[in-house]
Design a protein around this ligand. Structure first.
Ligand code: NAP
Ligand code: ZN
Ligand code: ZN
Length: 361
């Protein structure tokens, strides 16, 4: 039975009235938007949002590039903040804890994936942080807002030594790279390439370096080479130079491709060793053709990966805490969100925009 525990939250001055920025349609720029959060339940954590990262997926969805977008849409799934209140049955968090919320806020909890801690692959009811239907049939609204209510099982703990602004991008960009790096054994003696030095890519370089793999950046140009080396890359090549593909043929154990633009994946498969894997995390709008020979020669694999489960996301956050590892960010007030989107589209960000939610006040 679900009971309403709003009185508990009222006592600490929590209100369901929220403010944020929303897209009202695929063509509209984001603008101020007032809305109601759901009434907190006994297992819920009410969070005052402090920062929210700007993921390229926010732009894809706000502009309905994947189809089926739900409007009005408050994007944002790289959320950090402070616990304002907890329901009577919450055991994992207390008022004042620094916490995070990533790309999903609930799942079915019963399917084989949920039982294994792979909630992101839930087949029976994954609830995304925004642009999704919650189990109470309300549209979820994301982190470009001042507060959020989330079941404690889907809230993450941010290590105390990490700042809330630069750790916000860990909740999507960080876990999206950590999960495939771990799954395909990035580590000492392994040669890893990261394609695209953007929000996801720069986290890939930092994490693969911290895992002690040999890291190579494959970027469109050498424009960001000095940054790539500073972030931990051992090698840096421009993919606009055809010689790069000849020189690196058969070189890598693992390539993680973060690019959402159309590109020839066959070319990247040719850079893998025997048994190497190309993991796609960037999401192009169009289908990309693959030649059978690209896979057959060298028993190569083409794979994909979607963020990470709650358990692995917490593991990643703890790993980042131990290594003092966060994102390189540019903080913006929410009023600059539309200009920030344009800059992301021009690859003009080093390396993640993070919205300072105090700017909503
Ligand atoms: P981003 O910051 O825009 O980075 C993408 C990078 O791709 C750019 O910095 C650029 O790097 C490269 N790039 C851009 N245009 C290109 C082109 N025409 N040809 C070749 N390379 C190009 O985006 P992001 O936030 O990292 O997200 C990247 C993609 O991952 C998006 O599609 C996003 O939706 C998706 N995503 C997937 C997951 C998942 O779980 N699978 C999670 C989050 C995001 P260089 O300048 O270095 O070439
Ligand atoms: Zn994201
Ligand atoms: Zn499930």
């Amino acid at each position: 039975m679900t009971t309403t525990t709003q009185p508990l939250f009222d006592k600490v001055g929590f209100t369901t009235k929220a403010r944020g920025y929303a897209a009202l349609s695929a063509k509209a720029p984001l603008a101020p938007y007032a809305f109601e959060r759901r009434t907190p339940q006994e297992h819920d954590v009410a969070i005052d949002i402090k920062y929210c990262g700007v993921c390229h997926s926010d732009i894809h969805q706000a502009r309905d590039e994947w189809g089926g977008s739900i409007f009005p849409m408050v994007p944002g799934h790289e959320i950090t903040g402070v616990v304002r209140a907890v329901g009577s049955q919450v055991t994992k968090f207390k008022v004042g804890d620094q916490v995070g919320v990533g790309t999903f806020v609930d799942s079915c909890r019963k399917c084989p994936q949920c039982r294994q801690g792979l909630e992101q692959y839930c087949t029976a009811g994954l609830v995304l942080t925004y642009n999704s239907w919650d189990h109470d049939a309300r549209a979820t609204l994301g982190g470009y807002s001042d507060r959020i209510v989330v079941h404690e099982d889907y809230v993450l703990r941010i290590p105390e030594n990490l700042p809330l602004d630069a750790s916000a991008p860990l909740l999507c960009a960080g876990i999206t790279l950590y999960s495939p790096l771990k799954h395909w054994h990035a580590g000492p003696g392994r040669k890893v390439a990261i394609v695209g030095l953007g929000g996801l890519g720069h986290m890939g370089v930092k994490l693969a370096h911290a895992l002690r793999a040999e890291v190579t950046v494959l970027s469109q140009s050498l424009r960001k080479q000095a940054d790539g080396k500073r972030l931990g890359a051992d090698n840096y090549y421009a993919t606009s130079n055809a010689e790069t593909f000849q020189k690196l043929a058969g070189y890598f154990d693992l390539i993680v491709n973060t690019v959402s633009a159309e590109m020839d994946w066959n070319q990247y498969l040719s850079l893998l060793k025997v048994d190497g894997t190309l993991v796609v995390v960037g999401i192009p709008e169009k289908q990309i053709p693959i030649g059978a020979a690209s896979l057959i020669n060298g028993r190569r694999s083409l794979a994909g990966s979607n963020v990470g489960g709650i358990r692995e996301t917490q593991e990643m956050l703890n790993f980042c805490g131990q290594h003092n590892l966060t994102s390189d960010i540019e903080i913006i007030p929410i009023q600059q969100i539309n200009q920030a989107y344009e800059r992301v589209l021009r690859s003009d960000v080093r390396y993640r925009f993070v919205v300072d939610i105090a700017s909503l006040a």
